[in-house]
Design a protein around this ligand. Structure first.
Ligand SMILES: CC(C)(COP(=O)(O)OP(=O)(O)OC[C@H]1O[C@@H](n2cnc3c(N)ncnc32)[C@H](O)[C@@H]1OP(=O)(O)O)[C@@H](O)C(=O)NCCC(=O)NCCS
Length: 202
């Protein structure tokens, strides 16, 4: 862990975006947060969705609004390998048969589960669907023999995400700065994506 950094402002290079990443974990199953099951939503496992369906859902939940890009720049083969891996199960909330949420778990490290992706399409936010989907995530994670369930979120994500994870039972354990190529400059996302984050082309 870095201890030598001087206080102050640091330049972000042109063409890059910077974010503060918070890592959170829970070390034991927490009780479900009870609440009414949101109407009109069907919780469903997505078994090996085709790449177009997956990328479209990922972009609608996180790409355009929150600058999620990692899965959008993956080659077909690499993405196919993950979404067909039984240790990376994928779930959604369907509305009229259309997937409108992502819950992706990653059990590839023995004894652990990472909440790899979690989010709702815009129309579902603020209706209790997040709480409902998180209850499913906690149940599915702890139904396997794990001792740690973890997630990270960053300042590019919705500002609701960090308090949501904390009230869901995760505890912040570490922060980092992440600097990456701006996906709007590389062409992974359109220029109008992530309007809360300025583009610095240099
Ligand atoms: C983070 C995220 C999943 C939270 O979803 P959400 O819908 O805001 O979460 P909740 O289900 O907790 O609902 C929020 C609040 O809406 C209120 N609410 C409004 N109508 C409600 C209803 N019918 N039932 C229950 N709660 C309702 C509640 O106050 C609730 O808070 P509470 O559960 O603490 O009482 C969502 O903001 C999101 O998907 N963001 C975009 C993607 C993202 O940033 N993901 C995280 C990346 S790491």
């Amino acid at each position: 862990m870095t201890r030598s950094l001087a206080n102050g402002f640091y330049d972000v290079p042109a063409g890059k975006v910077a974010a503060v990443v918070t890592h959170l974990e829970m070390r034991a199953r927490v009780p479900e947060r009870v609440g009414p099951r949101p109407e009109g939503l069907t919780f469903r496992k997505m078994d090996q969705p085709d790449l177009h369906t997956y990328r479209d859902l990922y972009a609608r939940v996180g790409g355009i609004a929150w600058l999620w890009f990692s899965r959008l720049q993956m080659a077909d083969e690499a993405l196919e390998a993950i979404i067909s891996d039984p240790d990376c199960p994928l779930y959604t909330l369907e509305v009229d048969g259309r997937p409108e949420a992502i819950l992706e778990l990653d059990f590839r490290v023995e004894g652990e589960c990472e909440l790899a992706f979690f989010g709702l399409a815009h129309a579902l936010i603020g209706r209790g669907a997040g709480r409902y989907l998180m209850n499913q995530a906690i149940r599915l994670a702890w139904d396997r023999p794990i001792t740690r369930f973890h997630v990270h979120t960053c300042t590019l994500d919705s500002p609701d995400a960090l308090p949501f994870y904390i009230r869901s039972g995760f505890r912040p354990i570490r922060q980092q700065i992440e600097i990456t190529d701006d996906p709007r400059i590389t062409g992974t996302l359109p220029p109008e994506a992530g309007p809360h984050v300025p583009v610095f082309e240099g």
